[in-house]
Design a protein around this ligand. Sequence first.
Ligand SMILES: C[S@@+](CC[C@H](N)C(=O)[O-])C[C@H]1O[C@@H](n2cnc3c(N)ncnc32)[C@H](O)[C@@H]1O
Length: 299
Amino acid sequence: MEFKEKFVEKYASLTDIDRFLEFSLKSIRKSIRVNTLKTSVTDLKKRLKDYRLTQVPWCNEGFFVEGPRTDLGNLKEHQLGLFYVQEAASMIPPLILNPKLGEIVLDACAAPGSKTTQMAAMMKNQGVIVANDIKPERIKALSTNLQRCGVANTVITKSWAETINMKFDKILLDAPCSGTGTIRKSLKTIKIWNPHMYKKLAGVQKRLITHCFELLNEDGIMVYSTCSISPEENEEVIDFLLDKYKNAKLQKIDIKIKRSKPIMTNNNKKFSSEIEKCLRIWPQDNDTSGFFVAKIKKI
Ligand SMILES: C[S@@+](CC[C@H](N)C(=O)[O-])C[C@H]1O[C@@H](n2cnc3c(N)ncnc32)[C@H](O)[C@@H]1O
């Protein structure tokens, strides 16, 4: 697998490029999240006794799985909704948003629903989640996953998130992105990568984050996440929001995970020192996908 020269050049200035490329090509460790709406960790472990389950350090319900089959989605326990196949780093945004039982929560870009189902379980099926997405075929998968997992506190909407008009206590904006943190899940990501692709995406991300921030109640919390490792889609989007809204305050992210320093300067642009509070994870940090998470409070 050949990486494009411009890609290597760009990331060599941001991280240990050899380790990044090495981990970007390693196959991803399979992981699942136990669906506590339908079972418990202890019971699922008993049912999957032929598999070796290793705790994901930052998520009580998350486990790396090794065993006789790798097509975990075809196991009976999966069809029964006892677990969700979910990449370990992707379990982080709901944990940081921490939705509570009676809250009104927006999952602005929800399909296929890994994080919606996780939040519904955290909320014990109480309160309300509005799970929104724009792509019909992905909404079908979202709907199937909600049913399979026994989610009962969620309504699905199909709209451009930029047009939603309602207030929320908490918002998860798991934004559409270039996916450069997930090369190890799909090599297509690197095949279609070009040095300009983030420009359009960053525009969408800035529109989405601005609108979602407007939808927050006072004292509300928004979590912005992507599976991209590009600063233009991450730190720069958050810096843009902080610049635009003086009542947007970044919060520290407390989680048991190895993290890298956020990028503080990109293309000669220096970001606010607040950006230090964001969570940046490269694939080589924890042997997962790359991920970026920011927690914002509206004061
Ligand atoms: C990173 S994926 C979401 C993954 C999902 N949160 C999960 O954990 O399963 C981003 C999603 O955003 C949707 N999307 C893209 N642009 C959108 C927009 N303007 N409004 C709403 N959804 C959008 C895409 O269809 C895609 O499903």
